[in-house]
Design a protein around this ligand. Structure first.
Ligand code: NAD
Length: 263
C-alpha cells in the first residue's frame, strides 16, 4: 500500500523524544524521509541506526539560527529538498506565577518556543518554494488557548505560536505553503518531569511509566500518547489536509470542553 507521505521530506524538531519521536516513527512508516533535529545527540544518532536511510540526525538547537539553517540545508543535501516542517521542539518551566518571573528564563522560553519556530519557517520556506509548496506544522498547546493549563511564560508563548501560525498562513498560503498548529492536551512525555526540574533520565522514566499505565498515574491523571499528536501532524502534512491552512487542531481528549470521561 502506498504511504501517505511517499516521496516527501520533513524536518522535525524535538525529534529525539515524546511527540517529535512519535511523529518520526509515523512519518517514516508513511514513506517520508526525515531530518530529525534535536539537542540530545545520543538519542538522535540512535534514530539513524534504527531507521537507516530514511532518517538523518541534525544537531540543532532551535535558539541558534545557524543550526536551524544547517538542519534545513541537510534536508536538501541528503534528501533533495524539503516539503514538511514540524516545529515541535519545546521546554516548559516552573514560573507559574507572575511574581516568579525571571527575565532571562522568560527570554529563553520565548527563544525556544516562539523565535525557534519563526526562524524554522524563515529557513524552510525558500526550500519549499523550490518544490512548489509545502506544509508547516507548529506545536502549540491547550495552554495557549485557555488560561490555567501551564506556567505564564510557556502559556503566553504558545498563544504566540498559535497566532504566528495564522499570520504565516496568510502570507504563505498563496504560495501553496500551508501553515497550521496543533494544540495537544496532556500527553505522556518527558516534558512534565523536565519542567518540574527532574533530570532528563528520571523524566524519561516517568513518561514511559505514564504511557505504560495508559496515562493514569499522578501527577498526570489521564494523558494521551505521542502517537495521538503524530496522527494529527500526518493529516496536516499529507494531501488529506490539502485545503487546510491557518487553523489549529485540538487533540486533548475533550478536556478543554470540560469532558469528564477524558479524565
Ligand atoms: P519532550 O520533552 O519529550 O520532547 C521535547 C524535545 O524537544 C526533546 O527531545 C528536547 O531535547 C527537544 N528540545 C528542547 N529544547 C530544544 C532546543 N533548544 N532545540 C532543539 N530541541 C530542543 O516533550 P514533548 O511533550 O514531546 O514536547 C513536544 C512539544 O509538544 C513541545 O513544543 C511542547 O511544548 C508541546 N506540548 C506538549 C504537551 C504535553 O502534554 N506533553 C502538551 C502541549 C504541548
Amino acid at each position: 500500500m502506498a504511504g501517505r507521505l511517499d516521496g516527501k521530506v520533513a524536518v522535525i524538531t524535538g525529534a529525539a523524544s515524546g511527540i517529535g519521536l512519535g511523529t518520526v516513527e509515523l512519518f517514516v512508516a508513511e514513506g517520508c524521509r526525515v531530518v530529525a533535529a534535536d539537542i540530545q545527540d545520543e538519542k538522535g544518532r540512535a534514530l539513524e541506526q534504527r531507521f537507516g536511510q530514511a532518517v538523518r540526525y541534525a544537531r540543532c538547537d532551535v535558539t541558534d539560527e545557524a543550526q536551524i539553517a544547517a538542519a534545513m540545508a541537510l534536508a536538501k543535501s541528503e534528501f533533495g529538498g524539503l516539503d514538511i516542517l514540524f516545529n515541535n521542539a519545546g521546554i516548559s518551566d516552573g514560573m507559574r506565577q507572575i511574581v516568579e518571573i525571571e527575565a532571562e528564563r522568560w527570554d529563553w522560553i520565548y527563544s525556544v518556543l516562539v523565535r525557534g519556530p519563526a526562524l524554522g519557517m524563515k529557513h524552510a520556506v525558500p526550500l519549499m518554494l523550490e518544490r512548489g509548496g509545502g506544509a508547516i506544522i507548529n506545536t502549540a498547546s491547550i495552554a495557549g488557548m485557555q488560561a490555567g493549563w501551564g506556567p505564564i511564560a510557556y502559556s503566553s508563548a504558545k498563544a504566540a505560536v498559535l497566532h504566528m501560525s495564522k499570520v504565516a498562513a496568510a502570507q504563505l498560503s498563496p504560495q501553496k505553503i500551508r501553515v497550521n498548529a496543533i494544540c495537544p492536551g496532556l500527553i505522556a512525555t518527558s516534558i512534565f518531569g523536565a519542567s518540574m526540574g527532574l533530570p532528563r533520565e528520571v523524566a524519561d522514566q516517568m513518561a514511559a511509566r505514564v504511557a505504560e499505565m495508559g496515562g493514569t498515574v499522578q501527577p498526570i491523571p489521564k494523558a494521551g500518547l505521542p502517537s495521538d499528536i503524530a496522527e494529527a501532524a500526518l493529516y496536516l502534512a499529507s494531501d488529506a489536509g490539502a485545503f487546510v491552512s491557518g487553523t489549529h487542531i485540538v487533540v486533548d481528549g475533550g478536556i478543554t470542553v470540560g469532558s469528564r470521561h477524558a479524565w
